[in-house]
Design a protein around this ligand. Structure first.
Ligand SMILES: [Zn+2]
Length: 396
């Protein structure tokens, strides 16, 4: 139920941009000196022009990456490499963009090339770790992240992730593994074989239901890990009330279940929806993500909640959706339940007023790099403000 913690990779940092510029200045300086010595002035001009063009495409790619336009960034970095391919920065950029576009082969090739050109390129090591983690190779992921931490020991976020992956690795060493065409599931102990089957059956249903509604079927397996309640706490650090979590993998605490319950189904469909949303677009407003997850789990808005929404709408006291675009994790219990309720209400309004396929279009717009306002006007053909006004009116 915890909103997915966004698992993003920093676009190239300013420090790296500066490094690139410095590298290029040094290259240009060395070239000018050697050319002055050799007397080849026209040649150096040509090379300097090529490097300038390289730098322009590189800067363009970095800006697009920062905006989340991964396709645009990929094109820009590829273009940059046509002018100069012996600098780590463009390979790193292309690797990161490909990572986000889920083109793992290109991502790995480019990141390894970046590391070859600059063994201390810590972001490349970090994303190589992310790639390994994505294919569930925890040992390789830990090795790459360790390398990144050797280079920059101050990266506390990465340190926490490494610590977590070690706990995860310890916990899962003896887990059984089942694979269906759409899911890889891991759990401990033969007594959980039946629990694993139940979970897979529900997830396969979710695959069909959510897939039909959003016309989207993830094209690679989704990892699912079943824990005991204690393991779940240790591995995830999730709040005590959390019933499940999606952070790139679906993680569910599961006691000794031996049959399907409505609660289990709700949790699994909810977390599976997050997996689908993430597969369509790595960056979406949280109200849309949590609204869709609750919509598919079948959560209803009760008469009491409806009345609360109506009173708030009439008094003009409804929070704006703009304030619900970031993570809900920092919210207090009361604020969080209000945020979830509003998210569900807004997504129900999209369904009633526009049709759920428009929610898919919203996700596609986000995937193409649009901010929420542009995504709403592209997918719903009204402005963000008009959409919010219409939604609020529908509650009064
Ligand atoms: Zn959720």
């Amino acid at each position: 139920m915890v909103p997915s913690t966004e698992y993003t990779t920093d676009p190239m940092q300013d420090r790296q941009d500066m490094n690139v510029r410095r590298t290029i200045r040094i290259i240009i300086f060395v070239l000018s000196v050697s050319v002055v010595l050799a007397g080849f002035v026209p040649d150096v001009r040509a090379q300097t022009a090529e490097l300038n063009t390289y730098q322009r495409h590189l800067g363009n790619g970095a800006a697009l990456l920062k905006k989340g336009d991964h396709r645009g960034a990929r094109d820009a970095f590829e273009e940059a490499l046509r002018y100069h391919d012996a600098d780590a920065a463009a390979h790193l950029g292309l690797g990161i963009a490909s990572f986000h576009l889920r083109d793992e082969r290109t991502a790995e090739r480019e990141l390894l090339r970046a590391v070859e050109l600059n063994p201390r390129e810590r972001t490349a090591h970090r994303v190589l770790g992310d790639l390994a983690y994505r294919r569930d190779d925890l040992e390789a992921a830990a090795a790459s992240w360790e390398r990144a931490l050797e280079i920059d020991p101050a990266d506390s976020e990465l340190k926490a992730r490494l610590e977590r992956i070690r706990r995860e690795h310890r916990t899962e060493k003896d887990f059984n593994r089942d694979v269906t065409s759409h899911f890889t599931i891991k759990y401990e102990g033969r007594e959980r074989i039946e629990a694993g089957r139940i979970v897979l059956r529900i997830l396969e249903d979710a695959y069909g239901e959510v897939g039909r509604a959003l016309s989207y079927y993830p094209d690679r397996e989704i990892g699912v890990i079943l824990y005991s309640d204690r393991q779940f706490q240790e591995v995830t650090d999730a709040p005590g009330w959390s019933a499940g979590l999606f952070d790139g993998k679906i993680r569910i605490p599961i006691g000794g279940i031996d049959r399907e319950t409505p609660g289990l189904r709700r949790i699994l469909v909810h977390e599976y929806t997050h997996a689908v949303v993430r597969a369509i677009s790595p960056r979406v407003p949280t109200w849309l993500n949590e609204g869709l997850a609750q919509y598919f789990e079948g959560r209803e808005i009760g008469p009491h909640q409806r009345e609360m929404l109506r009173m708030a709408a009439r008094a003009g006291r409804l929070p704006s959706l703009r304030d619900l675009e970031g993570s809900f994790l920092g919210l207090s219990g009361g604020q969080a339940s209000a945020a979830y309720l509003i998210s569900l209400s807004a997504v129900r309004h999209i369904n009633d007023q526009y049709g759920l396929y428009r929610a898919r279009m919203l996700l596609d717009e986000c995937a193409a790099g649009a901010d929420t306002a542009r995504a709403v006007s592209g997918a719903l053909l009204v402005s963000y403000e008009e959409f919010e006004r219409g939604w609020q009116r529908s509650l009064e």
